[in-house]
Every structure is written in C-alpha cells, then in structure tokens.
Design a protein around this ligand. Structure first.
Ligand SMILES: Nc1nc2c(ncn2[C@@H]2O[C@H](COP(=O)(O)OP(=O)(O)OP(=O)(O)O)[C@@H](O)[C@H]2O)c(=O)[nH]1
Length: 759
C-alpha cells in the first residue's frame, strides 16, 4: 500500500469522528426542541388507544341499556297481569337495570284507548288502591299512563303512578316511533322534568307486545321505558378514569342543530370545535334509534419546554455525541481494515480461483465463504450451492471425525494436513489430500483456508499396486522354490518365504541389505557373488546350475539354481533375480535309477553294462599307468542241477551267497560284476605281477569249499575260473573272449579250477 493511501486511510476516521461529534451536538440541540412535542405525540398515540377502548366501553354500555329494555319488554309481554305479586315479580326481574350506570327509573306504560281508561283504572285499583291516571290529554288517541315504576334509589322505592307520559311531546314522539317500528326508540337529551336539578336525561321506549284482550293485538300493548342520566353514564365508564384523563364532548348527530348530549367540561366542548388537533379520537355511538358523535380530547399538559434549563438533556447530548464520535472513529477504522482485507481477499480469490488445487475458505463456524473453480468441479456443485454450506456437509461419515478434529486445530492456529473422503454432488466418493492453513487477523483465526488435492486416482493406483504386490507375494510364497532378488552390489532386496526360512530369518524385511556372506551358506558366498557379477556384467542368465549344499545337520541337499538379470525401465541391468529349486529328491531318484540301470537286482553287484564301461576304463588306466590288469570269468559249476534239485528260489539264494563269498575275498580296487545267470566277471587292476590273479583265483576256489546253508541244508558248490591277463594291447572284446575261453578250458579241465594260469 502506498504512503498516500495510508495517510488517507488514517485521517478519514478522524474527520468522520469530528463530523459525527459536531453533528451530534447540533442534532441534540435541535432534537431538544422537538422532544416535548414528540413526547406529547407519543402520549397522544398511547392515548388514542386508551380513547378507543373508552369508546368501545361506552358503546357496550349503551348496548346494555338497549338490550335490558328489550328483555324487560319481553317479560311484560309474556306475563301481562296486574297484581301485587306481578308488580313484585316485575320489579325483581328488572333489577339488572339497576346495575347500569345512570339509570334513574324504569317502568311500563300500557297503551290505553281513552274510552277504556275508566275501566282500566277501575281494574288496576282492585289490586293497587288509589291508582289514577293524571294528565290525560283531551282528544288523545291513546293514553300512556305509568303502570309500574321502579327506581334504583332505595329512598324512592317502587311506586305506581298514573301519569300519562304522552303529555310530553318529546316522549310521545319517541313512544310512537317505538310502536311504529317495533324497535326501541329514545328521546333526544333533555332536562329531567321532575328533578329539581334539571339534570339532562334520555328516555328510552321499548315496545311491548302482548296477548291482552284490552289492547290492540299485534300492534303493541305499550312500551317499557327507562330514564337515563347521560352524565352519569359517561362519567361512570371505566369508573371515571376517562373523564380524568380526557375531555369528552358528545353531540346528537341527527338533525341540523347539534344538540350537546354531554361535555365533561366547558373547555373541552369549546376546544373540540376550536382546535380539532386536540381530538385524540372521534367516533359515533349508536343508542337505539339515535346516533351520537363522541369526541375524546387530550387535556392540556401545562408543561413547557425550556431549551437551556434542561441540563441533564444537554449533558446527555454531549456525552452521546462523544460516544458516537468515538464509536464512529472505531467503526471507520474497522471498516478501513475490512476494506483493505476485502481488497486483499479479492486479489487472493482471483489468484486462488485458477489454482490447480481445490481451494476453499471457511469461516469460524466451518461454513464455506469462498470456493474456487476447481473446488466446484471436484464437488460437482455451483458456487451458489456451496457458499454458506457447512464444509462438513460433504464429508464421508468415515472422514468426519478426522476432518472435524483438523478444523478445530486450525481454529487454534495450527496448519496441518490430512486425508479425507467426500461425497460430491453426483454421489461419487472423492479422496482428497487436504492442507489447512489458518488465516490470522488481529491475533485471531479469522477463517481457515483449505487446499485439497484430488488423490482418488492415485489412491486407486496405490490400492491396485498394493493388491498386485500382495498377489505377487502370495504367489511367490506359495511356490516351493526359493526366490530372491539382489541389487547391483549383490545385496538382497527381497525374497519369498522359503528363501527367508532357508536364511533362518524371522521376516522378509530382515533380508533387505544382507548378502550371501550373512547367510548360513556363507562358505559359498564368494562363488555366488562371482556368478552375480558375471550376470551383471554380461546381462545373460545362468540357468539350471545344479549344486549340492551341506546343511547344518550334515545332510547333502541338491539345488537347481537359475539366476537372471533384472533390468530397470532404461533396460540397464540393475540386479539379479535368483530362483533356487530343491532337487534333492529328484537327484536321489536319479541316482537310484542309475544305480538300478548299472546293478544286478539279485546280488546288488554291477551288471553287464556297468562291467563293459568299467572294463574300458580299466584298459585305459592300465595302458596309461602301465600297470598289470587281468580279467576273470567264472560261474557256478553245475548250477542247473541245483536249480533242478532244490528249486529256482534256492538257486537264487545260492547265487547271492556265492557273490558274497566272492566279494569277501576282494580288495577295494577289484571290480566284480554279475553278467547274468551264474556268470560273473572280475577285473583286477594294478597287479604287480600275473601271479596276483592266480593267487586270487585260488582264494576264490578255496572260499567255496565250505558248504552253503540253503533252507537248512548244507550245499556244496564250486566254481571254474578263466583268467585273461591284459597284455597292453588287447581290446575289451579280445580280453573278454580270452577270459571266457579260459573259463571253458577250466570246465573242460574238470571244473573247480582256474585256467590258463593254473599250473
Ligand atoms: N536260480 C537261477 N537260475 C538261473 C538264473 N540264470 C540262469 N539260471 C540257470 O542256470 C543254469 C546255468 O546252467 P549252465 O551254466 O548252462 O550249466 P551248468 O549246469 O552250470 O553246467 P556248467 O556250467 O557246465 O558247469 C541254467 O539252467 C539256467 O536256467 C538265475 O538267475 N537264477
């Protein structure tokens, strides 16, 4: 921000505050003048409501008068009789008239034709002695004498007076109107006729219909009347509160002359006409057939405002202006800060809007106050839908706790990162890596900025990679081979379970970094590392190398080892993959097969095939070493007879025992083989002289002298031996033939002897 900006920003609050102070003082003084008036107006408003209520009460009271007259008329209409009892009943039933404020008297005026007046008087006198109708008008159509009269004043108890009400024109007009309309009618306000004080009254007449045969049926038997003092009526409303608080003026509304019905005082009456502004409330009151205009006026307060005498007000004004000025100063400062912040926020928002990450800002309550375009894309919702919404609203249930905890920490000023899953507007789950940064303003975290990277794809890839690694590990651990892989320095990087077991390690992790020198086969480590180096250098595999290995128990086991180069993405050899298969079992089977192929199953001695290869080797050795070598051919004499006499099994036993006796006489270097049947051959090497062969043949002959024990029987056998001594040039066939021929010589010579060296 520029220097000019700062100065402008600093002065502005001061100028504003001073203006507010001066304006406050001026307004305070100005307002003071209006205060009284305002107070008055307020009072007026209050009063208007009160006046409205008073008017309502007045109307209710008037309605009560009218309805009481109607109910009394109904009573007389149903029980038209003349007796003390009926008078008493009438008085009792009419008691409720007495509760009405201002009722002076009420009673019944029968409608009486003049020609029936005498009869009527006579009939009434029977029950009420002395009854006499006074004031009868000459030539009148009807008389309206008082028959019943009641007075709420205890001093003026119920009396019966025979005065004819129709002598008063005012009353006669109202009576006629009531009878003509069938509804209550009232006189205008007039002075009481008999009262000395001439108090203004209104008389109400309510028509009575009766079935009496002395009066016109259906027209009206007469009227119920009541005398009401209007002043008492209005002053009695709300127990006189009305006339204490207000001035009241009521006028008759019908007719050109506005006759005054009631005025609470002369001033009020005059004021109402002179200054309508004093009228708080004006309304019309309906009373039977009459309409009254009522005006309720405010009474003058009598107080006047003193502009400079009201020190508390002025002090308050000064104080208020000072407070307002101070408040304005603070507010202006805050607004300036807010404006600066808002400008900065706007700049930030422009920057953040194009940020490659989803960026948002949340207020202290966790509601979004800003979301950038990427954020809207990630959640699939518009800015309008997101602003104001709770940031936890979109969290997957599994992430709510971690996200909530992170947000609370951020509110304490901590910047932190976490992973969370959210549900976007399309219902899909999105994995986010979120970094929360608290935005601190005036020492307090104002809002929290969130930077969220969509890691859904990455997490899916990691998950798949993990799964495929797990699968690979499972496969590697399942196959019976040992598998390992090494780096360029021949250090193990990994191995399967069999390899780890063979290495005597507790887990696959422990093999990482070790070399063959750390393994139980450390003696072969140098050799193995040479192989590794060769593969790393050449890039070629070394396949199916079979090698024995002696275990810690001393057992020799055979392994088939293949080593292959491991290449990296660039095709460079980066390590060695080794697959080691334990072929001990296979090896043993192979040896067994070889042994079986080269040995005779009956005696366990080498067979003919083995003999031939051995003979060739012996010839080569004899020639090379120039040592003596002889071949002996021999069989059991007359073996056929043994078979024939003792059976083939016994023959087999003889062959086995014969072979044992032969072997018992041989040196380790001698090679004996069974050619088949009872035929055997013996290769004698490294002979110092030809006599060695003769000597050996003699030993063999002698060894047969002891009878064999066959099936509990002693069996004598002998052998005939043909000896051929290698002359240094003979082939194997020549040597065999010479030995064979010599053996036949021995046979011919009588058996149990050897040829040709026998002497
Ligand atoms: N029990 C048994 N007999 C065999 C076996 N192989 C061959 N033979 C018999 O061995 C006998 C060999 O007889 P020869 O060698 O021809 O005659 P010999 O009776 O031994 O008489 P000389 O050799 O002239 O002394 C034959 O009867 C064969 O059937 C064998 O594995 N077991």
């Amino acid at each position: 921000m520029s220097q000019q900006h700062q100065e402008k920003g600093t002065w502005r609050p001061l100028v504003l505050a001073t203006t507010v102070f001066l304006f406050g003082i001026a307004s305070g003084l100005g307002l003071h003048g209006q205060r009284v008036e305002r107070t008055q107006r307020r009072l007026t408003l209050d009063n208007e409501e009160a006046a409205r209520q008073y008017a309502f009460l007045a109307q209710r009271q008037l309605d009560a008068y009218a309805s009481t007259g109607l109910s009394l008329a109904a009573h007389i209409g149903t029980s038209n009789a003349i007796s003390d009892a009926t008078v008493n009943a009438y008085v009792d039933s009419a008691r409720h008239f007495e509760r009405l404020k201002g009722i002076r008297a009420y009673g019944y005026l029968p409608r009486l034709a003049p020609e029936l007046a005498d009869e009527f008087e006579h009939r009434v006198q029977a029950d009420m002695p002395g009854y006499h109708i006074r004031g009868k008008r000459p030539r009148a159509d009807f008389y309206y004498p008082v028959l019943y009269l009641a007075d709420p004043d205890p001093a003026r108890a119920a009396i019966v007076r025979g005065i004819d009400f129709s002598i008063f024109p005012e009353r006669l007009a109202a009576i006629r109107k009531a009878l003509a309309t069938g509804a209550p009618a009232a006189t205008r306000v007039h002075a009481s006729v008999h009262d000395f004080a001439k108090i203004p009254v209104v008389l109400t007449f309510t028509p009575v219909r009766t079935a009496d045969r002395h009066v016109d049926r259906g027209v009206g038997a007469g009227v119920v009347f009541s005398v009401m003092r209007v002043a008492e009526l209005f002053e009695g409303i709300d127990n006189g509160k009305l006339t204490r608080a207000f001035a009241l003026a009521v006028h008759e509304q019908d007719g050109p002359a506005r006759r005054l019905v009631y005025a609470s005082d002369n001033d009020a009456f005059r004021q109402a006409d002179a200054d309508p502004a004093h009228v708080v409330y004006a309304t019309t009151l309906r009373f039977t057939d009459r309409t009254w205009h009522m005006r309720i006026l405010s009474k003058p307060s009598g107080r006047s405002a003193d502009a400079f005498g009201d020190w508390p007000w002025l002090t308050a004004t000064l104080l208020a202006s000072l407070i307002a000025a101070f408040g304005t100063y603070r507010l202006a400062l805050r607004q300036r800060d807010r404006r600066i912040r808002s400008e900065m926020a706007q700049r930030f928002e422009v920057l953040l809007d194009s940020h490659p990450f989803a960026v948002y800002a949340a207020d202290r309550a966790g509601n979004f106050v800003f979301v950038n375009r990427k954020m809207q894309q990630e959640l699939g919702l518009s800015q309008q839908q997101l602003i104001g919404a709770s940031s936890t609203l979109f969290m997957a249930p599994s992430s709510q706790a971690v996200a909530g905890a992170a947000f609370r920490k951020a509110l304490h000023g901590e910047a932190l990162a976490y992973h969370a899953s959210v549900h976007n507007g399309h219902g899909a789950e999105v994995d986010l890596a979120v970094v929360l940064v608290p935005v601190i303003v005036a020492g307090q975290v104002d809002r929290v900025l969130g930077f969220a990277e969509n890691v859904t794809e990455r997490k899916r890839f990691e998950r798949e990679l993990h799964e495929s690694r797990e699968m690979l590990r499972l496969i590697l651990d399942t196959i019976p081979d040992r598998v390992f892989w090494k780096d360029r320095e021949s250090r193990f990087i990994g191995a399967n379970r069999h390899m780890v077991d063979a290495a005597g390690l507790p887990s696959a992790e422990r093999i990482v970094g070790l070399t063959d020198a750390d393994m139980p086969w450390m003696g072969a480590a140098a050799h193995y590392q040479d192989e590794d180096r060769e593969i790393l250098a050449s890039g070629r595999s070394l396949l199916n190398m079979q090698r024995p290995q002696t275990t810690e128990d001393g057992e020799v086991r055979w392994f088939d080892v293949s080593k292959l180069p491991l290449t990296d993405d660039a095709g460079t050899v980066a390590g060695v993959l080794g697959i080691v298969r334990d072929i001990t079992q296979h090896k043993r089977m192979e040896e067994e097969l070889t042994r079986r192929a080269n040995h005779d199953s009956l005696t366990g001695l080498p067979n003919r095939a083995f003999f031939h290869s051995q003979l060739n080797h012996a010839i080569v050795r004899a020639q090379r070493r120039r040592t003596g070598m002889a071949l002996m051919y021999f069989d059991i004499d007359r073996f056929k007879q043994i078979n024939d006499t003792h059976g083939h099994d016994a023959g087999d036993q003889v062959i086995r025992l014969f072979a044992d006796r032969v072997c018992a006489n041989l040196r380790a270097s001698d090679f004996v083989a069974r050619l088949g049947g009872d035929e055997f051959v013996l290769i004698v090497e490294d002979m110092a002289e030809p006599d060695v062969a003769r000597h050996l043949a003699g030993k063999l002959l002698a060894s047969m002298e002891e009878p064999l024990a066959i099936d509990g029987q002693a069996l004598r056998i002998s052998t005939s031996i043909g000896i051929a001594v290698f002359d240094g040039t003979m082939t194997a066939s020549q040597l065999i033939k010479a030995a064979d021929d010599a053996m036949y010589e021995a046979k011919r010579g009588g058996r149990n002897c050897f040829r040709p060296l026998a002497r």
